[in-house]
Design a protein around this ligand. Structure first.
Ligand code: S3P
Length: 477
């Protein structure tokens, strides 16, 4: 479907090639074969959040930006394509993950000819809405069915207070941002700790004279702030006396092309980490994983559950903390997770639900309201997944409670393959495959292609650690 949409787009050949070469899985259901131990070393793909931002800031900067380790997943490739449509020159380098970006002339930027299609990507569409508003140009924004059902008002409403004119379909895509005067610098308070909203507002303020300020209820991932600084902008952040978090950007900001090295994505790492913690005898190392404290909530909770996770060779790379992570099979116990930790692991709850199923006792996850508006309703999809595996699970508007079965549950598993509904959500698909491995059950995932959104090489990487997958409708061995 993506390829059909793309064929009319003159800027697409490289993207098309990329999509074909990085998408190793068919849309067919896939069987996962059971127990084996995981071992070896793996480099998980580049961080999705940082990859989007590297393309966007590189496109806004004067001169050339070189990116190493870019995630070549579908979400990021949609942003890449949008940057080309906005006038950036983006070329693939000599090896996988290397890309060169020559920025657009922001003084004379033009509205793109056709709509900008972001596929499944909430981060891409929301950040680029801020970017387009900040350039004073217009654009139409579209996406796939899932993205078209997700709320855009959280970005459009604050843009309205900056006098940006927009149209939308009841706060959802398709959205039009109308060309107009570039926004003036203002202070915005946002009610959810959302890096997408914060980043959209900072990008909208890049060309404004004065200080653009964003106050969020708690710190969300700060990659935009860090990367803006690396591109030469003046950005400060502090914590207010009531605990809220404030970011200030001095404008207009002149960005200069630079080199960006994208660390391994901790949200992708959560899946092999989960598998290794649960599968007896496993001992793996994940190299070069991002350890930004705004992203390490999952590791914190997994350790609190009893996970043997060692952080090796902590170091800096491109303004971010990274490390290698050693993970060994562990005896886990259930925990309660509080709302405060959610922003630092907002995408990792499907993986945590798998850990919770394996752990002894109850895991009670609180403050999960945002999970209802991700690529799928992740509370509902996680609950269904666990229940279909025979696990006791309850949920409410913003919570999920799992009664773990411990390591004995897999032995009680039936031979029937478990059908899994993902609603096209990549993280639900990966969680389902890991759950199948952990409990020695064959799972039939309704949409495997979605995994290419964030982790195109997922099955190959898991195989390299010793996992066994089979396409088709094979059952367990
Ligand atoms: C992201 C922010 C998070 C996260 C998303 C990536 C980003 O969304 O769920 O996958 O790169 O800024 P919210 O900002 O909605 O919390």
């Amino acid at each position: 479907m993506f390829q059909r949409r793309c064929q009319n787009d003159f800027s697409c050949p490289t993207v098309l090639f990329q999509l074909q070469s990085v998408n190793p899985v068919s849309n067919n259901p896939l069987a996962v074969q059971p127990r084996f131990r995981l071992g070896g070393t793996l480099r998980v793909p580049g961080d999705k959040s940082i990859s989007h931002r590297a393309l966007i800031l590189g496109s806004l900067a004067q001169g050339r930006t070189t990116i190493e380790g870019l995630l070549e997943g579908e979400d990021v490739l949609h942003t890449l394509q949008a940057m080309r449509a906005l006038g950036a020159q983006i070329e693939q380098g000599t090896h996988a993950g290397q890309w060169n970006v020559t920025g657009i002339n922001t003084g004379t930027a033009c509205s793109p000819q056709g709509p900008l299609d972001f596929g499944n990507s909430g981060t891409g569409v929301r950040l680029v809405m801020g970017m387009v508003a900040g350039l004073g140009i217009g654009a139409d924004f579209i996406g796939d069915d899932s993205l078209s059902g997700r709320p855009m008002g959280r970005v459009l409403d604050p843009l309205h207070t900056l006098d940006v004119k927009t149209d939308s379909h009841d706060g959802c895509l398709p959205v039009t941002i109308h060309a107009g005067a570039r926004p003036t610098a203002q202070s915005s308070e946002i009610s959810i700790a959302s890096a997408q909203v914060k980043s959209a507002l900072l990008l909208a303020g890049l060309n404004a004279h004065g200080v653009t300020e964003v106050i969020e209820p708690a710190l969300s991932r700060d990659h935009t702030e860090r990367m803006l600084t690396a591109f030469g902008a003046h950005v400060t952040s502090d914590v207010l006396s009531d605990g809220r978090h404030r970011v200030r950007l001095s404008g207009p900001a002149m960005l200069t092309g630079t080199s960006v090295t994208v660390p391994g994505d901790p949200s992708s790492a959560a899946f092999p980490i989960t598998a290794a913690l649960c599968i007896p005898g496993s001992d793996i190392v994940l190299e070069g994983v991002l350890m930004n404290p705004a992203r390490t909530g999952f590791i914190t909770i997994a350790k609190r559950m009893g996970g043997q996770i060692d952080i090796l060779r902590p170091r800096k790379s491109g303004g971010e903390d990274i490390a290698d992570i050693r993970v060994r099979a562990s005896k886990l116990v259930g925990v309660r997770t509080e709302p405060e930790i959610v922003p630092s692991m907002v995408d990792e709850f499907p993986a945590l639900a798998v850990l919770a199923s394996f752990a002894e006792g109850v895991t009670d996850m609180r403050g999960l309201g945002e999970l209802r508006v991700k690529e799928s309703d992740r509370i509902a999809r996680s609950e269904d997944l666990l229940r279909s595996m025979g696990i006791n699970v309850q949920s409410g508007a913003d919570w999920l409670r799992v009664e773990g079965g411990g390591s004995s549950r897999g032995k009680a598993a039936s031979d029937e393959p478990v059908p899994v509904r993902t609603d096209g959500d990549h993280r639900i698909a990966m969680a389902a495959l890991i759950l199948g491995m952990v409990f020695s059950r064959t799972v039939h995932v309704d949409n495997m292609a979605s995994i290419a959104t964030s982790y195109p090489g997922f099955c190959d990487d898991m195989r390299s650690l010793g996992a066994k997958f089979q396409t088709g409708m094979e059952t367990r061995t």
